[in-house]
Design a protein around this ligand. Structure first.
Ligand code: 3PY
Length: 248
């Protein structure tokens, strides 16, 4: 079942963030039980070709949601054409931005996504099936990471076609001048406002945390249906350090 359907059925889906351009890491992490991988082209050094190699390596039981490098028609189109289940767009601050994102992610008449025969379309072999279902199945996820986005959240969630509002706690804290203090009162108040707007609009939310402890309080709340915990780099550092510590 596709990821969007699972969200619509109320499931909470667990993922982890990959920022290394490695098909092998994507292959391994797609097999350990995560529902989805948060592949990060915003901060990762990779481009669309490396992304496509990662998707080719992933097992089908795990889906890829890809954070695009920027809000542009080309970056959204190219990422979706690789066969990603959806896009995550960082730092969305206005209704105008949210509207553009939906439009770039959807085929006409809902949007302006250009039609091409890429990996998502089976290189043309399953063109018709993909194009017919893409508008309905592709997840459009926006991140709220700045006070401006928080200030406009009531209008942003009214934009038709936004599937999930994903909190970026690290950027949000940095934007408030308290970088890394994801539990700071300013951040909590902002998240509270976003939660209220999402509840009113009936839009599920997502949250990222570096550890299980950080995401647990969010996972327990029904509205948080996309949870990303940990990063590929973090797992390597943590395990490397713990081995050294244990060996003295
Ligand atoms: C953040 O915490 O700022 C992120 O964007 C991670 O999702």
């Amino acid at each position: 079942m596709n990821l969007k359907k699972r969200l619509q059925q109320g499931e909470t889906l667990l993922g982890t963030l990959l920022s290394l351009p490695s098909p092998e890491i994507a292959e391994i992490m797609s097999q350990v039980g995560f529902d989805w991988l948060f592949i990060d082209l915003e901060h990762g050094p990779h481009g669309v070709l490396e992304l496509q190699r990662m998707l080719q390596a992933m097992k089908p039981e795990c889906s890829a949601l890809v954070r695009v490098a920027e809000l542009s028609e080309a970056s959204i189109k190219k990422v979706l054409d690789t066969g990603a289940a959806g896009i995550i767009v960082p730092k969305v601050n206005s209704v105008e931005e949210a509207g553009r994102i939906v439009s770039y992610a959807k085929y006409p008449t809902k949007g302006v996504r250009g039609v091409g025969a890429a990996r998502a379309h089976g290189y043309g072999l399953s063109f018709k099936e993909y194009v017919e279902k893409a508008n309905e199945q592709t997840l459009v996820i926006i991140q709220i990471e700045h006070p401006e986005g928080v200030n406009h959240i009531n209008e942003i969630v009214e934009v038709e076609g936004i599937d999930v509002v994903f909190i970026g706690p690290y950027d949000l804290s940095a934007s408030f001048g308290v970088a890394g203090q994801v539990e700071h009162a300013l951040v909590k108040v902002a998240i509270d406002k976003v939660e209220k707007a999402c509840d009113k609009a009936g839009i599920p939310m997502g949250y990222f945390g570096t550890t299980p402890e950080a995401v647990k309080p969010f996972r327990q709340k029904e509205r948080y249906q996309l949870i990303a915990c940990g990063t590929d780099i973090g797992f390597l550092i943590e395990k490397g350090k713990s081995v050294l510590k244990e060996l003295g």
